[in-house]
Design a binder for this molecule. Structure first.
Ligand code: G6P
Length: 608
């Protein structure tokens, strides 16, 4: 997973490329590089490490090229190093390429290219593409060479290529996102819209198997399988402000602080309160099919998977349909029977997660109805599912997902109400939930207002080496998500457990000072979890509780308490997750971690 950018126009390419790369830093930060033209020669500047290192190196570098490409890398093949950084070029340094994805048959291709005399300089699979295109680049038609080369390739790619012989950029996509940006006589190619927003809102998403040719006069799209694609551009409504930090130290904190709005945005225009009903534009055509389904399989990864684990409880309770939640990476290789009355529901913020996409493709091969809950408009999962629901919450930049999770939960409640109303859920029950959902933004604000109190708690525990998170029922997935958040951004080992399982193993870990975070709202299982906390206290562990009220029971078994407002039991996870996110954030901040870009992780995992 990487970010690619290309520019051809009337302005100097270098500053434009660097600005775009900055917007894509969340896609990878192992190295950065640019390729430009100077005195009819190709100039490539690349450096391992974050973009700022490259920028420093280019501080006094002057270049007037009005065509260029750039790359930000998340290493897959070949260690992060200056040499392995993109762009890569051909033998004669006439042609250069940036690539996001994986070339699965790169070893075979490389061997045969070496036999033909090509000289390789790096360990990357991407360099193979440069030489392969060079091999077929005969008659000054770069797009033809790209097309023939890509026919020989297995794997995933989003690429941009240019050659000194022609004034054009050629881009292509298969399995990795590519979007074009258009502004008068300026043309851009990037991995995502965020990279284009500083320059234009007029965009066009390439489809799988399409090749775009951009020159100084315009753009043209052809298909790998032959023929031209005629498609219109679209205007995106994400403002540049939305992708900037808004005065917060980190995108993660900004995104947590946006969560009240996230709930509003996810519900906007979808709730018919007086009827206790829901309308999703993206589901209108499949409403009848939805009445027929008798099983739901949710496929997702990471935080989105935990949203799915909550959906399991919610849908079973409101719809009375059996729900199974699977890791997309497991589902894709299982050999379970899938029947036509099942619905496979993918949850994915980016809409590009390779495993989730593969799960959807598998379901489609089995003629099973597929849905997506996706944030990124026009993303691959959004386009490949039979129907879907967008989160409509703007871009999420921090690698650790927060506001997308909250939005995924809101959509799940709305979807469960829609499915429930087609079955056993009464209008009155639906209205009661919708009424309460409407009140959640204000309740969320009372939790985010406690940020400094949560930071004080973080101060007490940030040096711990281990944490356990516990919860029951709907709050068990919140315990899992809490542990995931902490691991991701603070590098502290943490595990999430159903509170009732504590005594079956993890209790052996508890010793003096060991922190246990309990998600324990005052629900039907409150007292059961209190008993588990007694077990922790008896072993001198420290308890941080997230609950609704500091009653005598909780006082006895806790060291720190975070109070959240009361809501319906079924809606609790939307509120309980927020202190969990803030606690992880402040602990990571106190440990001096690079919160928005944790080591080894990336936002959009477009490789298997
Ligand atoms: C990566 C990200 C996580 C995210 C997961 C699924 O691991 O770091 O934050 O939850 O991918 O991503 P998706 O875009 O499919 O929701």
């Amino acid at each position: 997973m990487c970010g690619i950018i290309g520019y051809i126009g009337e302005k100097k390419a270098l500053p434009i490329i660097l600005k775009s790369l900055k917007k894509m830093e969340y896609r990878g930060y192992d190295s950065a590089g640019v390729a430009l033209v100077e005195n009819d020669k190709l100039i490539i500047k690349k450096k391992s490490g974050k973009l700022d290192i490259l920028k420093k190196e280019l501080k006094d570098f002057k270049n007037n090229s009005t065509i260029g490409i750039g790359h930000i890398r998340w290493a897959t093949h070949g260690e992060p190093s200056d040499l392995n950084a993109h762009p890569h070029n051909d033998c004669n340094s006439e042609l250069t390429i940036v690539h996001n994805g994986i070339i699965e048959n790169s070893n075979e291709l490389k061997k045969s290219l070496i036999k033909k005399g090509h000289i390789f300089k790096t360990e990357t699979d991407s360099e193979v593409l440069a030489h392969l295109i060079e091999e077929y680049y005969k008659n000054n038609k770069l797009e033809e060479a790209v097309k023939i080369a890509l026919e020989k390739v297995n794997g995933a790619y989003g690429i941009v290529v240019f050659s000194l012989k022609e004034e054009k950029l050629v881009a292509a996509r298969l399995g990795s996102p590519v979007v074009l940006g258009i502004k008068n006589k300026e043309y851009f190619v990037a991995s995502d819209v965020a990279a284009l927003l500083p320059f234009t809102k007029e965009v066009l998403f390439l489809e799988e198997g399409e090749i775009a040719i951009l020159d100084r006069q315009g753009y043209k799209i052809i298909k790998l399988t032959g023929g031209e694609s005629i498609r219109e551009t679209q205007t995106v409504d994400w403002s540049l402000d939305e992708v900037e930090k808004d005065g917060y130290d980190h995108f993660m904190l900004k995104e947590i602080m946006e969560e009240a709005d996230t709930v509003r945005a996810s519900m906007r225009g979808r709730v018919i309160l007086e009827e206790g009903d829901i309308r999703f534009g993206g589901l209108i055509d499949v409403m009848d099919k939805l009445k027929e389904i008798d099983r739901i399989i949710i496929v997702a990864c990471g935080t989105a998977h935990y949203a799915g684990r909550i959906a399991e409880y919610v849908i079973e309770s409101l719809v009375n349909l059996p729900v199974e939640v699977q890791y997309a990476s497991e589902f894709r290789y299982r050999e379970e029977p899938l029947d036509k009355k099942s619905l496979v529901l993918a949850i994915s913020q980016s809409g590009e997660t390779a495993d989730t996409l593969a799960a959807i493709r598998k379901a489609k091969e089995n003629n099973v109805l597929t849905f997506g809950i996706v944030n990124v408009v026009g993303s691959t999962i959004a386009r490949e599912t039979d129907a879907g629901i967008y989160n409509h919450i703007g871009p999420e930049i921090s690698v650790a997902s927060t506001k997308a999770f909250v939005s995924q939960l809101v959509i799940i409640y709305l979807l469960a109400i829609l499915l429930g109303r087609q079955r056993k859920l009464s209008r009155q029950q639906a209205i009661e939930i919708l009424d309460e959902l409407n009140k959640l933004p204000e309740k969320i604000e009372t939790i985010t207002a406690q940020a400094s109190k949560i930071d004080e708690i973080a101060k007490k525990y940030y040096e711990a080496n281990n944490f356990i998170y516990i919860g029951r029922k709907l709050n068990y997935p919140i315990a899992l998500e809490g542990a995931l958040k902490l691991k991701e951004i603070s590098y502290i080992h943490a595990e999430g457990y159903p509170a009732g399982e504590l005594k079956h193993g993890p209790l052996a870990l508890i010793e003096e000072g060991y922190p246990v975070v309990a998600i324990i709202p005052q629900d039907k299982v409150y007292k059961k979890t209190i008993n588990n906390l007694e077990e922790v206290k008896a072993r001198l562990g420290k308890v941080i509780a997230i609950t609704n009220e500091e009653d005598d029971l909780i006082k006895k078994v806790t060291d720190d308490v975070i109070i959240i407002p009361k809501t319906l039991e079924i809606l609790n996870p939307i509120l309980t997750v927020i202190p969990i996110q803030l606690l992880a954030y402040f602990i990571a901040k106190r440990r001096g971690c690079p919160i928005d870009q944790p080591r080894n992780l990336a936002k959009s995992v477009t490789v298997e």
